[in-house]
Ligand binder design. Structure first.
Ligand code: NDP
Ligand code: 2IT
Length: 444
């Protein structure tokens, strides 16, 4: 067997109970085959793949907190510091009942490549908890966040590891965690990104992932002689990424026809009313089913189905493994031209292959959703320099970063004769920089 296949087999043997992590590693390693085979002895001697797939450290801790009825509750907290070859660990924190070590490891592994693609000096990490913020009071959320940070603060710092938001963690949770870090450590520092604007946050961080997704989609279409104007766009999710993806898509002249949450999805052929979505989701934290109370012409459907409508561009922006082979078949049958991932690993490997084989332009999340962490990197720069840039300054930098990512992954794929395979391009471009830094730094 080849070095690459040996390592993949070892990882599969070692972590059979971590399906999402194995999926992420397989997807990356398979596309690295032509790179590794060019210089196999070197990569093997340096144990590059083993070092990339094994996190630097994994911190797992108890998070005790008291609910409104006075009961002690316990959740599990995680921080997986994956790789800091090119900069301090960086990556979001997810609060969702599905969180486990496999999910946090897959996200941390992906983050290492994504952060490398931004061109900014950030290593990869991810954290979270199986805490479910849904239905919790403000006081319960604060109590949980404080307890989570009471343990996490031992392992992070502005030059060590800088967490941010992800599913279930937005400005409210970041604020509570920042306050607790400050109380314990006595240090006002850029230890988290996605902070409120009055205490070190960056303009355009809230919008960054969704806007960045559309900037890369725009460039992708432009380079293929198309544009977003008048295109029908299907979006899944109705959280931070989905809302600002829908906002920028609409600004660029597209018509957003679907959005969803974990209970169902809406179809609005006239274009989604974003003010209504923001009120339902950002202010009232309610269910998307309420959308039809705002727009009588829209439809609400319980369960899955967001990929069944006719669209030109599909942007999965909810969670991992939400676009399956059957969905890919429906999208192709309906004439989709591009699928660009806003979420992390939303498309299964089989669905990805089907889309690519059927001529659909496909950009993986580690490239297309990198706008969020890129602006997090810009927030770190502003914090270090003790200054704040205008919205336009940050937005312009974000746009440039996304356009650069597109051209980098394009070129990396072409260098290995895989023109148009942006999955391979993203993995190769991310890999080259991290590996260069790792091998230069000796055994670490
Ligand atoms: P939010 O919590 O703001 O929104 C998540 C959305 O996805 C909600 O509409 C939620 O529905 C839905 N969702 C979550 N889990 C599931 C599930 N298991 N099944 C169906 N629907 C689900 O998260 P974000 O928008 O921040 O994150 C969305 C995706 O984007 C994630 O994959 C995240 O890792 C990725 N991402 C986020 C970045 C950021 O800066 N925030 C940056 C880069 C990537 P409901 O409310 O019903 O749970
Ligand atoms: O998946 C991601 O890139 C994020 N959740 C954002 C991470 C960050 O540090 O801003």
């Amino acid at each position: 067997m080849s070095y690459l296949k040996d390592v993949l087999a070892d990882i599969n043997r070692k972590y059979p109970y971590q399906p999402e992590f194995l999926q992420a590693v397989r997807e990356v390693f398979e596309t690295l085959e032509p790179v590794i085979s060019k210089n196999e002895d070197f990569y093997k001697k340096e144990a590059v793949l083993e070092r990339l797939a094994e996190p630097d450290r994994q911190i797992i801790f108890r998070v005790p907190w008291v609910d409104d009825a006075g009961n002690m509750r316990v959740n599990t907290g995680y921080r997986v510091q994956f790789n800091n070859a090119i900069g301090p660990y960086k990556g979001g924190i997810r609060f969702h009942p599905s969180v486990n070590l496999s999910i946090i490891k897959f996200l941390g592994f992906e983050q290492t490549f994504k952060n490398s693609l931004t061109g900014l000096p950030m290593g990869g990490a991810k954290g979270g908890s199986d805490f479910d913020p849904k239905g919790k009071s403000e006081r319960e959320v604060m109590s949980f966040c404080q307890s989570f940070m009471t343990e996490l603060c031992k392992y992070i710092g502005a030059d060590i590891d800088v967490p941010a938001g992800d599913i279930g963690v937005g400005a409210r949770e970041i604020g509570y965690m920042f306050g607790q870090f400050k109380r314990i450590k006595g240090s006002f520092e850029g230890v988290l990104t996605g902070k409120g604007l009055s205490y070190g946050g960056s303009l355009a961080r809230k919008e960054a992932t969704g806007y960045g997704l559309l900037y890369i989609t725009d460039e992708l279409l432009r380079c293929h002689g198309m544009s977003l104007a008048g295109r029908r766009v299907a979006i899944s999710g109705a959280g931070n990424v989905a809302i600002y993806a829908a906002e920028k898509a609409t600004q660029l002249g597209a018509v957003v026809v679907t959005m969803s949450d974990s209970t169902g999805w809406i179809y609005d052929p006239q274009g989604v009313d974003l003010a209504a979505i923001k009120e339902i989701k950002e202010i009232r934290r309610a269910r998307i089913s309420e959308y039809i109370n705002y727009r009588s012409t829209a439809e609400y459907h319980e369960g899955r189905g967001v990929w069944s409508v006719k669209c030109d561009v599909a942007l999965p922006c909810a969670t991992q493994n939400e676009l399956f082979l059957d969905d890919a078949k429906a999208l192709v049958a309906n004439g989709v031209v591009a699928v660009v991932e806003g979420a992390n690993m939303p498309t299964t490997i089989e669905a990805t292959k089907y889309l690519q084989e059927n001529g659909v332009l496909f950009v993986p999340g580690k490239a297309s959703n990198a706008g969020g962490v890129a602006v997090s990197g810009l927030e770190m720069s502003q914090n270090s320099g003790r200054l704040s840039w205008t919205f336009e300054e940050v937005d312009t930098k974000l746009r440039n970063i996304m356009v650069n990512i597109y051209h980098n992954i394009e070129t990396a794929a072409a260098r290995y004769g895989m023109e148009g395979n942006y999955v391979a391009g993203a993995n190769i471009a991310g890999f080259e920089k991290v590996v260069n830094a790792m091998t230069a730094q000796g055994a670490c």
